[in-house]
Design a protein around this ligand. Sequence first.
Ligand code: DUC
Ligand code: ZN
Length: 471
Amino acid sequence: MNCDFLITNGVVVTGDSTCDADVAVNDGRIAAIVPPHSAIDAREILDNEGCYVIPGAIDAHVHLNMQTGVGYTADDWRTGTIAAALGGVTALVDFVETEPDESLLDALHKRLAETREAVIDFGLHMTIQPDEHPINGVPRRVSDKRIGQIREAYEAGCATFKLYMAYPGFQVQDIDLFRALRAISAVNGLACIHAENGDVIEVLRQSDIRNPALALNHARTRPSINEHEAVTRAVMCAEASGARVLIFHIGCEHAARVVADARQRGLSNVFGETCPQYLLLTEEMLARPDGRLWVCAPPLRPQANQDALWRMLASRALDIVSTDHCPFTRQQKDTGRDDFRLAPGGLPGIETRLGVLHEYGVRRGRLSGSRSLSLNDWVRICCTRPAEIHGLSRKGRIAVGYDADLVVFDPAQRKPLTARDLHSAIDWSAYDGIECTGWPRDVIARGEVVVRGGRFVGASGRGRFIKRSSP
Ligand code: DUC
Ligand code: ZN
């Protein structure tokens, strides 16, 4: 057999198996998986002695070049996707947001025009946000017209739809949440829900806050019960509508348990995502003098939640870990120096997820027992399940016919997570002080080496928009 290149001598780790094998790649696809030293002629051989060969990771929740009150998120499609590739990500899913007077398709085309420099493949979630009945200039209702456009957005390749239960201007009321879920269910799309009770948050944020410079107040105005309630409501709406629903960025045990219980009751249309920040960081970060850097929503929670989240990932009660990568520079975050409510919400993470989950879930977890993920859990959570849930039908697996999106992961490579060692266009790191042992060495995307020996070697603009449909 001939092939473009052969990935030899590695331990192939997938979501459900670990074995010694060679992987042959032809025309950007996986052509064969064969026993080591099989007779194959390759134009190029990548030797992976001592490394794991895993499917390219999928980050299905990122915000590149997103407009906010303090300007755009710091990573554009070039810097963000390069940082992603260096962290072993070969496909991501970002968002389309929509102006009140814009159709979903017009908003999609406008967003696509911004993505020209993407270096890895990507999909886009379509945001269904209010476009009607402004109160103080903020629209509150989603029009029939907009709900009616869900089908054409799906047919254009946006198989997943973002719905917010919080944030003025984005928050949908229950009536519109349910109307949208019925329309999404009709096309068998997936609703991705930001589940926090926005009405309660607004009352808490508008009440008298004695020390607005203290970013810990951000967590106090978004208490766990608020997330717990909204996740309960979202799951109830999933059950009543039949829509497939993924609860985004679950940060607290009670909310995660709602998803776990739904699954135990046999609801196969409910899925749960958490993020590295909820697994590794606690609300204590918000108590620091520069706590505004760690403002994100839902907020970071007390330590007690973390073990539960790790356990639920290992037991499959939660499905995936994405990053909610939403990077802001120190200067942008400093808008909230005197009042936490003015700090833009979001944390960076596009480059670090695979490494930190390996470090804390697999490597240190194996030592402590309490956070233990197997190598196969790690691959399932970061690569295979995200591709399945989000309709990336040719990604997330090492199997013949799939895109040759592969990561050669060196389990001995040491990597400090300081801003200087990372590639997002920001001047701080949420994980400063942490060092990982284990990091992507080479990354192959649709058969092209885009990272070699930890350096980005790919071409700007090689990433393609992936039109997704339901699994
Ligand atoms: N949460 C954040 O912190 N930032 C972006 C969007 C979100 O849901
Ligand atoms: Zn987000």
